[in-house]
Design a protein around this ligand. Structure first.
Ligand code: UDP
Length: 391
């Protein structure tokens, strides 16, 4: 049987982190000719992640411009990918998650009647505006996709309710956990001077990354004020990854720059960041990926969002949703610092997002789909026997 050509398309930091294990797993088999086509929706952060995982892009559209609008990104991706797909003629295009690259690449493949496989399918808040535009991106991508790789059983049920055929859905765990387990190491040496010099261990480390569009304005200001009050009242070391967008860096720097016990760092490389999170007492965030990574590291999360497409860890008890209300954040943070029982309860809750073998499962389903293996793998991956996978 001839090799099948798979194009993995992605464009942002989180997509690169979560697609790297899939690209590497595909490249371990001779069944596939695997081509990475990156759009460059993020530029430097994407390159950093690809270098960390030893990946090179065969195609780089390099679409990123200053102050790019969603329409800019969508049209540049569509126009850039059209000749790429026409030239390569892939047997399948794999996309990841919910970015504008994800939707535009799916549409570009659909226009040439190329099947799409959606990695991290079926996440939903059921509010088209939260997160924006990601919720609509993933709903539309799932409509276009031929194969759906759902991280959890709950994601599978969302897809079934939207009438995706059960035959197209496979529960795999989240590839975020594969990537995380690859880079975390108790003896890790930090590349960043600031992180390398930090006095880990002399007081609790609190790690924060708040940067999403839904947090702009009052929510981020309230979070920043609550963090300042926390660091002034309690003995801790607070490290914040400060996104360069002025809507984020403005309020965070105004409240926290120069405050003793606070380190404000530019977004750091994924290796440093993952190992920093692994050393945290708890994490404060509005990020999607951190809600998956922290439970796998046994680190509690205070989630500064009102809606989440990842309720599994909230139900499991590792993630506490405090929303954009600073007083709830402050109260929960003080409890985690002062009540060891509460900390242990959250830190030891089950991880609902997988066991680090999601990419291998995705390749096994692809082998079956393309006829390289006869037996259809269990679409639930033993899920019923493994309640730790949520749902
Ligand atoms: N991350 C990183 N460096 C940082 C902050 C975050 O490498 O300074 C990683 C984080 O571990 C996660 C991903 O970036 O894997 C999350 O990206 P983002 O929050 O932009 O996207 P989301 O997950 O919210 O879609």
């Amino acid at each position: 049987m001839s090799r099948k050509r798979i194009v993995c398309t992605f464009g942002t930091r989180p997509e690169a982190i979560k697609m790297a294990p899939v690209v590497k797993a595909l490249r371990r088999h001779t069944h596939w000719e695997t081509i990475t086509a990156v759009t460059g929706q993020h530029r430097e952060m994407l390159k950093q992640v690809m270098a960390l995982f030893g990946l090179e892009a065969e195609v780089d559209l390099d679409i990123m411009t200053h102050a790019q609008s969603l329409t800019d990104i969508t049209t540049r991706c569509l126009q850039g990918l059209e000749p790429v797909f026409a030239d390569i003629r892939p047997d399948m295009v794999l996309v990841h998650g919910d970015t504008t690259t994800t939707l535009a690449a799916s549409l570009a493949a659909f226009y040439q009647q190329i099947p799409v496989g959606h990695v991290e399918a079926g996440l939903r808040t059921f509010d088209p505006m939260q997160p924006f535009p990601e919720e609509m991106n993933r709903v539309l991508t799932d409509r276009i996709a031929t194969l759906h790789f759902a991280p959890t059983n709950l994601n599978r049920r969302h897809l079934e309710r939207e009438a995706a055929s059960g035959d197209t859905i496979f529960v795999t765990g989240n590839t975020a956990i594969d990537a995380l387990f690859e880079v975390t190491d108790p003896d890790y040496r930090f590349a960043s001077d600031v992180l390398g010099a930090a006095p880990w261990g002399d007081r609790p480390l609190v790690v924060c990354d708040v940067h999403r569009r839904e947090s702009f304005g009052d929510p981020i200001r309230r979070v920043a004020r609550a963090l300042r009050e926390l660091v002034e009242r309690e003995r801790l070391h607070l490290v914040l990854s400060v996104h360069p967008n002025p809507e984020v860096s403005g309020p965070l720097r105004a409240a926290l720059e120069g405050v003793p016990g606070v380190s404000l760092v530019e977004p750091v490389g994924y290796g440093d960041w993952a190992n920093l999170m692994a050393r945290a007492h708890f994490i404060v965030t509005d990020s999607g990926g951190l809600q998956e990574e922290a439970p796998a590291l046994g680190v509690p999360v205070l989630l500064t969002r009102d809606k989440t497409e990842r309720p599994e860890a909230v139900e499991a008890g590792t993630v506490l949703q405090v929303g954009g209300d600073g007083s709830r954040l402050l109260e929960a943070a003080r409890r985690l610092l002062t009540d060891p029982g509460e900390h242990t309860r959250m830190a030891s809750a089950r991880n609902p997002y997988g066991d680090g073998h999601a990419a291998r499962r995705i390749t096994e389903f692809l082998q079956w789909y393309f006829g390289f293996r006869q037996a259809r793998p269990d679409p639930f991956c033993g899920l019923d026997a493994e309640p730790c996978w949520g749902g």
